[in-house]
Design a protein around this ligand. Structure first.
Ligand code: S5P
Length: 468
C-alpha cells in the first residue's frame, strides 16, 4: 500500500481509539495486547470517507455488479462507497428472519451477478466466508473481497481455498510500522508495538523444517564460492562463532586473531576504527586467517550509490576488496549499489556480500517490509549475496547464511540500545546460523575461555537443531 495511506490511517485510528494497546480479553476468552474495533469511524465522516476511498482504490480493479458489506462496521463504509461510485449495494441479514420471505440477502439482484464483499478487518476471514456463503446461496457469484486491514492470520489463505481473492488496503504490520514512526504514540504503546512486530516477523517466516538441513547439505545450494567455503569450514571446524574484533590497535587485532582464531569460523573487523592502520596489518591478518582457518569479514555496512560504494570498497586507504572474504551492505540504496560492489570485486579474490536485513539495536527503522524487500533483492544477486545480517531466519531457501549479532550470555544490552540474546535463542529460537559475539568475549576476564564457551554453546545449539 501507499505509505502515506498507512500513516494517515494508523494515526487517525489510534487517535479515535479504534486501535488500542494493553491487555484485552477477546470474545474467545484469549488475552490480546492489541484491540482493533473500527466502529468509532462512523462518527468521523472525514475518516469514513477516506477509508471508503482507499477501499475503492483496491475495489476498482475487480469485476462486480453489486457490493455487500460484512455486518456491521463494513455496512456504513460500503454505503459510503456505493454513494460515491454509484455501486448498487446489497445487505446481508445477520439474524435469521423467521417471517416473510426469509431471504438472507436484501436488495435487488439477479442470479449470476457478481458481488464484491467489503470488510473492515480480516483475521481468519471467517466473517467474510459466512457472508459469501449466504450471497452464493442466494444465486450470486463471489470472486473477490476487499478489506481495509488484514491481520495476517490466515484470512487470505482461507479465502483462497474457496477460490476467493482477498485484496487488502494494508496489513496490521503496515499499521504497526506506521505507528512506530508516529509522534502521538505513547512510550508504553511503542513497547507493545515493538514486541508485536517481532512476533509478526517470526510468524511470517516459514516454519523450521522437521529436519533442518546441515551446513554441508546447504552448501550444495550456494552459488557464491565464499558461502560454500564457509559452510564447509564450519562443519569441518565445528564452529559457528564469529568474533567481532572491535579493537582500535592493529597489534591488539593481530594478537586476538592469533589467540581466538582457532575457535572461529569468521573474524569480523571494523577496519576504520584501527588507529594505526597500514597495509601490512591486513597481510598479517590474512596470514592468521590461513593459519587458523577462519574467514575475514569487514563489517563496512556500505550504503551509497553504486559509483561511490565501488570506490569505498576497492580504493581509499583500506582497499577492502583486496583482503576481505566477506563484506556487508545496507539494502537501502537498492540493486545498483549491489551491482556496483559486485563489479568492484578484486579479480584476485573471491568474496561474498551479506545484506543487513534486520538490526539488533532497539528502535531501529528496519521495518518488516524493508526486511522482506531485502530478501527479494538478495535473490537478484545470488552469485554474490551469500546471506544476511539479521535477527531471525528469513526464508525457507537453504543457501542463505544468517549471521546474528547482539549475542551475549550475561547481559541484556548496553546503554546505547544494543539488545542481546543468548546463543541458544539465536540458533534455536531465531533459527540463525552464525553467532557474532563482540564484548561478550572481548570484555570477559579470560577472552579465550569465553570464546570457547560461546563456540560450544553455538555449536551444540546447531547440532540440536539439525537432529530435531
Ligand atoms: O544489527 C547489528 C549489526 C551488526 S553488524 N548489530 C550489531 O551489533 N552489529 C555489529 O556486531 C556491531 O557493529 C558490533 O561490531 C557487533 C556487536 O558487538 P557486541 O560487542 O555488542 O557483541
Amino acid at each position: 500500500m501507499n505509505g502515506s495511506h498507512s500513516h494517515y490511517l494508523a494515526e487517525e485510528l489510534y487517535k479515535i481509539g479504534a486501535i488500542q494497546f494493553g491487555q484485552f480479553t477477546l470474545k474467545s476468552g484469549q488475552m490480546s495486547p492489541i484491540y482493533i474495533n473500527l466502529r468509532p469511524i462512523i462518527s468521523c465522516p472525514n475518516l469514513l470517507r477516506s477509508i471508503a476511498d482507499m477501499l475503492w482504490e483496491k475495489a476498482r480493479s475487480c469485476q462486480f455488479d453489486r457490493v455487500c458489506g460484512v455486518p456491521y462496521t463494513a455496512l456504513p463504509i460500503t454505503t459510503c462507497l456505493s454513494l460515491h461510485h454509484d455501486l448498487p449495494m446489497l445487505m446481508r441479514r445477520k439474524e435469521k428472519k423467521s417471517y416473510g420471505t426469509k431471504q438472507k440477502i436484501e436488495g435487488i439482484f439477479h442470479e449470476g451477478q457478481r458481488c464484491l464483499i467489503i470488510e473492515d478487518v480480516a483475521t481468519t476471514g471467517g466473517s467474510i466466508l459466512e457472508t459469501a456463503a449466504d450471497i452464493v446461496e442466494s444465486g450470486l457469484i463471489v470472486n473477490d473481497a476487499v478489506v481495509l486491514i488484514d491481520r495476517e492470520q490466515g484470512g487470505g489463505a482461507n479465502l483462497k481455498e474457496k477460490k476467493y481473492t482477498l485484496h487488502a488496503v494494508c496489513t496490521l504490520t503496515d499499521i504497526l510500522n506506521a505507528l512506530m514512526t508516529s509522534a502521538t504514540v505513547t512510550k508504553e504503546d511503542r513497547k507493545i508495538i515493538t514486541q508485536l512486530l517481532e512476533q509478526t516477523i517470526t510468524h511470517s517466516i516459514p516454519p523450521l523444517s522437521p529436519q533442518s538441513k546441515s551446513f554441508t547439505e546447504r552448501a550444495a545450494f550456494c552459488s557464491n564460492p565464499i558461502a560454500k567455503k564457509l559452510f564447509a569450514l564450519m562443519e569441518h571446524k565445528k564452529s559457528n562463532l564469529a568474533l567481532s574484533a572491535d579493537v582500535t590497535s592493529g597489534k591488539e587485532l593481530l594478537a586476538l586473531a592469533d589467540k581466538i582464531g582457532p575457535e572461529l569460523c569468521v573474524l569480523k573487523t571494523h577496519i576504520d576504527i584501527i588507529e594505526d592502520f597500514n597495509a601490512r596489518l591486513v597481510q598479517d591478518l590474512q596470514a592468521l586467517s590461513e593459519k587458523h582457518h577462519f574467514l575475514i569479514f569487514e563489517d563496512r555496512k556500505f550504503s551509497d550509490i553504486g559509483h561511490t560504494v565501488q570506490q569505498q570498497y576497492a580504493k581509499g586507504v583500506y582497499h577492502i576488496a583486496e583482503w576481505a572474504d566477506m563484506i556487508n551492505a545496507h539494502a537501502l540504496p537498492g540493486p545498483h549499489m549491489i551491482q556496483g560492489l559486485s563489479e568492484a570485486r578484486s579479480s584476485n579474490k573471491q568474496s561474498g556480500l551479506l545484506l543487513v536485513a534486520q538490526m539488533s539495536s532497539q528502535d531501529n527503522l528496519l521495518s518488516t517490509e524493508y526486511t522482506e524487500k531485502t530478501v527479494a533483492l538478495a535473490k537478484q544477486f545470488s552469485d554474490f549475496v551469500m546471506g544476511f545480517i539479521t535477527q531471525k531466519k528469513l526464508s525457507a531457501e537453504p543457501q542463505w547464511i544468517y549471521m546474528i549479532p547482539g549475542v551475549h550470555v550475561a547481559q541484556e544490552g548496553d546503554h546505547l540500545g544494543q539488545h542481546y540474546i543468548t546463543p541458544e535463542q539465536a540458533i534455536l529460537e531465531n533459527d540463525c546460523d552464525i553467532i557474532i559475539v563482540g564484548r561478550g568475549i572481548l570484555k570477559a576476564q579470560d577472552p579465550l575461555a569465553a570464546a570457547k564457551h560461546y563456540r560450544n554453546a553455538g555449536w551444540e545449539a546447531y547440532q540440536k537443531k539439525v537432529s530435531l
